[in-house]
Write a protein that binds this ligand. Structure first.
Ligand code: MN
Length: 292
C-alpha cells in the first residue's frame, strides 16, 4: 500500500497504474491521539498504522479519486520524533568527498566510517514534502554557500525499539520513502548544515514494508533539470539497513515515525533556484522537487 498525505492534510492511497489518489481521510479517525500535555515523542499516524490500514481498506470502497498529478504531496510522516542520517554510507561518495574540498572542508576522510563518525540528526523542523520544495538559504557570511542534493532511501520506523539486533531489524520498519538530505557544504557542524528549513525532503508517499519487500538491492537515480546526477543501488551501502538500525538503536531508542536517511551514493552536487530535482527509487516511484 502506498500511503500519502496531500492537499490540506488529507490521507490518500496512491494507485500508480491509474494515476489517481483515493481520499481515505476518514481512516484518520482511527489514529489514537494522546490528549493533554505532554504528547508522546512519536508520529501518531505511524503508531496507529495497523488500525488505520484496516480502516483504509474499508474506506477505499467508496473513496473519491483525484488525479495524482494535481494534488499537493506533503511529507508522508508529519511528526517524526527524530530524523537520523547516515553519513559516508557509499564508498563512491566517500571517494568523491576525499578528492573534493568543496565536500570535505578539511575533514579527514581517511578511515572515515560510521563506526567512527556515528550518525547525525536533522531537525524535524527541516521536514517538507515534494510539493513544498526546497528554499535555499544563502546567508551573508565569509563562507561560500554551496547547497547539494543527496538522494537517499528512507526507512520509517514502525514500532518502539532499543538495542535492536540486525536479524530482527527490518521488522521495525513500517515503510519506505524517497528522501533528499539537502546539505549546505562548509565547516559548520553537520546537524547545523543539514537542518535548515526545507532541507529534509520526504515523499512522495510511504510504501508499506510488506509491499516494498527487501531493501537490500533497490535501484535509485536523481536528475537535476533532466541531467543525470546520481544512479546507484542500495546494494552498494557500506552499512545495510539492518546494520544501520542495529547501530542507531544501540544509542537511541527508536519510536514510531522516526526516520532513517540511509546515506547517499556518489554524484552529489549543487542546486540553484529554479532547478527541478527529480528523484526516483524503484518500488516507490518518483517525485519532482522545485528549488527556490
Ligand atoms: Mn546524506
Amino acid at each position: 500500500m502506498k500511503l500519502c498525505r496531500f492537499n490540506n492534510n488529507r490521507l490518500g492511497v496512491v494507485d500508480l497504474g491509474n494515476g489517481v489518489v483515493a481520499d481515505v481521510t476518514t481512516a484518520l479517525e482511527r489514529v489514537r491521539v494522546a490528549r493533554g500535555y505532554p504528547l508522546p515523542r512519536q508520529d501518531a499516524l505511524i503508531a496507529s498504522l495497523p488500525a488505520v490500514r484496516s480502516a483504509v481498506r474499508t474506506a477505499l470502497k467508496s473513496a473519491r479519486r483525484l488525479q495524482l498529478s494535481r494534488v499537493k504531496l506533503l511529507p508522508p510522516v508529519a511528526n517524526p520524533g527524530k530524523i537520523v542520517g547516515a553519513p559516508i554510507n557509499y564508498l563512491d561518495h566517500v571517494a568523491e568527498a576525499s578528492s573534493d574540498q568543496g565536500l570535505a572542508h578539511g575533514r579527514d576522510m581517511a578511515g572515515a566510517t560510521i563506526a567512527r563518525w556515528g550518525m547525525f540528526l536533522k531537525a524535524t523542523s527541516s521536514l517538507v514534502g515534494p510539493s513544498e520544495g526546497v528554499t535555499l538559504r544563502t546567508p551573508h557570511t565569509d563562507i561560500e554557500n554551496r547547497n547539494d542534493h543527496e538522494l537517499e532511501l528512507v526507512a520509517v520506523i514502525g514500532k518502539r525499539g532499543t538495542r535492536i539486533g540486525r536479524h530482527e531489524a527490518l521488522s521495525y520498519v513500517a515503510g519506505y520513502c524517497i528522501g533528499l538530505d539537502m546539505t549546505l557544504r562548509g565547516p559548520q557542524f553537520p546537524d547545523f548544515r543539514k537542518s535548515i528549513d526545507t532541507y529534509a525532503v520526504l515523499g512522495p508517499w510511504m510504501v508499506t514494508a510488506d509491499e516494498f519487500g527487501d531493501p537490500a538491492d533497490v535501484q535509485m537515480r536523481l536528475t537535476v533539470n533532466g541531467e543525470m546526477r546520481q544512479k546507484a543501488s542500495t546494494a552498494s551501502m557500506v552499512y545495510d539497513l539492518p546494520k544501520l538500525i542495529e547501530f542507531t538503536s544501540a544509542y537511541y531508542t527508536l519510536e514510531p515515525g522516526d526516520l532513517i536517511y540511509t546515506g547517499t551514493p556518489a554524484g552529489v552536487g549543487p542546486v540553484k533556484p529554479g532547478d527541478i530535482i527529480e528523484a526516483h527509487i524503484d518500488r516507490i516511484g518518483a517525485m519532482q522537487v522545485p528549488v527556490r
